[in-house]
Design a binder for this molecule. Structure first.
Ligand code: GLP
Length: 201
């Protein structure tokens, strides 16, 4: 952000990223860091307005980043999971990222099954933004996080979209993620472990 004040950030949500955004917020308060010219694109969003605001990844970014820094709410982009035509919405979002000049730095968390964004195992390594059904394992993890049933489908930026980012930064903490980290870094590049595609970045 210091090197390029008008950079485009790719935003991951989830627990792992919370300290990162808290640190960014602290830097904005204590130092001369400003996100006023940054724009952000969320990786993914649950489908179905019924999920409510508290579950939405867009509201996560507004809460943890826009409200805590000077990132303008109008610069926070996310797929619209409540769109009448979610397939068209996925295409619009892919186009919006392209029109913004692409992602400069893509932040990524890691699912226990090796997913990034909501690119579940079996995702095409060349995929662009699209609708995905969530795996049982992901649904279980999300249900535990939310304390309520999580929506079973999402719009996610694709693996090909992620590979188009100029830089990628993956964060994973805790033993629950260790097998996924090992498979991502040391295993074969395979759609069974979507994050392994990053070996080609
Ligand atoms: C979720 C999200 C990802 C997130 C990942 C890890 O399913 N779609 O964007 O990075 O899982 O979440 P957490 O950091 O809470 O473990």
């Amino acid at each position: 952000i210091r090197a390029r004040p008008d950079c485009v950030l790719g935003i991951a949500t989830g627990r792992t990223m919370m300290p990162v955004y808290a640190k960014l917020a602290a830097l904005c308060k204590q130092e001369d860091l400003s996100l006023a010219r940054v724009s952000s694109f969320n990786l993914d969003e649950y489908i179905g307005g019924a999920a409510g605001e508290s579950v939405s990844f867009r509201s996560y970014t507004l809460r943890h980043l826009a409200a805590a820094t000077d990132l303008p709410a109008a610069s926070v982009h996310a797929p619209d999971g409540a769109a009448a035509d979610v397939f068209a919405e996925a295409e619009r979002y892919e186009q919006a990222i392209r029109e913004a000049g692409g992602i400069d730095l893509q932040l990524l968390g890691l699912g226990r099954n090796g997913h990034i964004g909501f690119n579940e195992p079996g995702s095409s390594l060349a995929s662009r933004t699209r609708v995905k059904a969530l795996s049982e394992q992901t649904l279980r993890a999300n249900r535990a996080d939310l304390g309520s049933p999580a929506p079973s489908a999402a719009i996610t930026v694709g693996l090909g979209t992620i590979l188009s980012a100029r830089s990628c930064l993956v964060l994973a903490v805790g033993t629950a993620k260790s097998a996924a980290v090992a498979a991502m870094v040391e295993g074969p590049v395979t759609a069974r472990v979507p994050a392994s595609v990053l070996q080609h970045h």
